[in-house]
Design a protein around this ligand. Sequence first.
Ligand code: KIV
Length: 285
Amino acid sequence: MSSAEQTPPYTGAGQDDATHRPRRIRTHHLQRFKDASERFAMLTSYDAMTAAVFDEAGVEVLLVGDSASSVVMGRKTTLPITVDELLVFATSVVAGAQRALVVVDLPFGSYESSPQQAVETSVRFLKEAGVAAVKLEGDASLAGHVEALVSAGIPVMAHVGFTPQSEHALGGYRVQGRGEARQKVIDDAVALQDAGAFSVLMEMVPAEVAAEVDRTLRVPTIGIGAGSATTGQVLVWQDMLGLNSGRVPRFVKQYADLRSVMTQAVATYREDVVTGRFPGEEHSF
Ligand code: KIV
């Protein structure tokens, strides 16, 4: 099979080389996906090795999510993670990714105070880690922050609907945009797009509300628990590959059971060590 046959056509992303795949995904490629009614995939990543694997698998966008706070660092929420901590993860993902667009979350407390604070934090992520874009959680009240970032040359992905950094204000993990709250999700998305966001991510929003947002917006939308009508989808990799032991949210599809695979392999390794089967002669000098 030729390399051209192995890869999807990616017509929406342009034909930047002989394989018809863009050498590096840029924000304008995501726009072309939307314009061509094509889809793209986004996955979280926090280290160079998974970034390289996901990139090789063709995932278009890697998100260095503040979910690192829980799925990597073992904390209960995303709130405690700091800019310095996320910078280490972001630097690692940028080192492992060749083609994917790398986007980083602005951690809680690092951007809300003012547009200037948002710019200063984002500049660190672009300068010190080398990410291509930032994501911020919030509603239309952050339109000024988005404008300031875009004026400073920083691409912004907006995150509306359920925003985990506001879980205490929102009263826990709950679907947003039901009933009268529907219009707010739509208005937030429009305001953030109009402020210059290159895409809008929606988390835990009813599928038909997300579909209306996608129809209303010019820019691509990305969903997590937001149905199938968005331009892109995102999942936390430990959820979709089955590494998490806890309750799996309804919106997650598990594509592997890495926890079982790893547990069995590690138990076999241990057994080999304690019984003297490892290392063998072939592993010895
Ligand atoms: O931090 C994260 O992983 C996220 C996704 C859930 C979208 O923001």
